[in-house]
Write a protein that binds this ligand. Sequence first.
Ligand SMILES: Nc1ncnc2c1ncn2[C@@H]1O[C@H](COP(=O)(O)OP(=O)(O)OP(=O)(O)O)[C@@H](O)[C@H]1O
Ligand SMILES: O=P(O)(O)OC[C@H]1O[C@](O)(CO)[C@@H](O)[C@@H]1O
Ligand SMILES: [Mg+2]
Length: 576
Amino acid sequence: MGVGFEVPSHSQVPSVSMDSRHSTISSSVSISTPRFRCFDPTNPHSPSPNHSPRYFSVLSPTSRNGSMENLVNSEPKIVTGPSGYVLEDVPHLTDYKPDLPTYSNPLQVNPAYSVVKQYFVNMDDTVAQKIVVEKNSPRGIHFRRAGPRQKVYFEPEEVYACIVTCGGLCPGLNTVIREIVCGLYHMYGVHKVLGIEGGYRGFYARNTIPLTPKVVNDIHKRGGTILGTSRGGHDTSKIVDSIQDRGINQVYIIGGDGTQKGASVIFEEIRRRGLKVAVAGIPKTIDNDIPVMDKSFGFDTAVEEAQRAINAAHIESESIENGIGLVKLMGRHSGFIAMYATLASRDVDCCLIPESPFYLEGAGGLLEYIEKRLKENGHMVIVIAEGAGQELFSESMRTTDQQDASGNKRLPDVGLWISQKIKDHFSKTKKMAINLKYIDPTYMIRAVPSNASDNVYCTLLAHSVIHGAMAGYTGFTVGQVNGRHAYIPLYRVIEKQNKVVITDRMWARLLASTNQPSFLDHKYVFGDEKEEAPQNQPINGNNHLQATTTTLGGPNDVAEDKKRQETPIPSINGNE
Ligand SMILES: Nc1ncnc2c1ncn2[C@@H]1O[C@H](COP(=O)(O)OP(=O)(O)OP(=O)(O)O)[C@@H](O)[C@H]1O
Ligand SMILES: O=P(O)(O)OC[C@H]1O[C@](O)(CO)[C@@H](O)[C@@H]1O
Ligand SMILES: [Mg+2]
């Protein structure tokens, strides 16, 4: 059987002993960036010889269980093809356990599914990240298409799955839990599913809940997560010990960017220990700030629920002379909920988001606009995302250094702050008496059950993730990319944050709908005319497909974040 390797000359390479299906490297020599080109025609997960994957599989000498322990972190699996085709593939159990047996997919004999023509996904199917292309542009980045495979790497009775939910709440968490349990039971005949209570720390510090279709039957009608959640408490080795000791071999991890970072290190540790355990992430973020995918589950519900608060603000404000209704919505670093809720409502006169700096005083400022709008219309509605205007806070308010247990910076309440500023301004200038009503519906929005369209989306995500784990993929997350479900490497969803692009047409639509100023006059933002204005992304032919993404270095930092925003990285999603 042919296995071809190409080792770049710059790497220090340890001695390599190789049988027909796997690489075992034993040496204490350190390796900077090992890259092997590998092709095995008998392995469906081996890239074709035309492609040039970057491969991983490096062992250090010590091995606690005498198995394939101490692998260094896996490298991205990049497969290239003609005309600029790039596949950013996800890891597979056979990458480090090459001799695993395969089994026929039980869906083949499932009466509900066996009638479906072409039910199984072709092994070569991939999903393009960018679908608007020019005639001569390269084919670009692709991800492996999600869906059931003909061969699976687990027998139903062998599977012991667990589900954990981490981070803040989001509509749809219970639906995803329900559909993973029911999907495993009904599609694959898997009957051992464990719920881990209270987030990551639940693996080693809390009870577990056996999950059956009966237990989860109507949980999708409730908000929150029946498993509970938490921030902090990620102790990788204790978590993997717990997985190993319990004999769990499929780990479904539902959570935001922090959670997916946690999933990535759990995957690396599992791989290092050589365990046959699939680690699969389902991204959750009400803020819609996870890159690559079209949108995150619960986002539609959040936008819909926000309408109730905006309607209330509108009714309150129009019922009284010079009424101002101010609504704060979630969005620590990304203003998607505020933007979409504003566009959906049409009652909003001003939407403020973290990506679009604004200023209060002077010509073209917020206070001037409020005055103008009240004179024209007698009332107004303002929507503000929780992360907006952070640069306006005094240094003392910003550097309180408060962090939550996961290291996320706690933001001062911009809604309260701006309410006070507006009230102070109009009472000081005595230009007009205003009536401001501040509504903070943030936790009410987050705690509702998912709406009908999110329920369907959650179901499809759950099914996709199950198919991936059963097919032996691991260290991946699932998401909808241009309307098709795909398996995305974890590193792709944790390295960047999805942001609203204020030079994009979607933000222009918002400005056109509210008629608010664009607040782009730099000198009021920074108080120094000599400083350069923030470099926003230029509008170009592809702009409607681009979102600014920022590299996440650690706990969130507004100043850092702002600096990063000045260096936009083209990506897709979120905006159109
Ligand atoms: N870099 C990291 N490495 C390992 N674990 C992490 C990392 N960052 C966060 N975690 C863990 O992930 C869990 C959730 O993280 P966090 O509280 O930041 O929420 P999140 O998943 O980002 O969700 P959201 O921000 O949408 O509420 C926590 O238990 C935290 O300890
Ligand atoms: O109060 P908590 O649980 O820390 O959550 C607040 C944060 O969670 C998020 O909803 C993200 O999940 C942010 O928008 C918000 O800042
Ligand atoms: Mg987060």
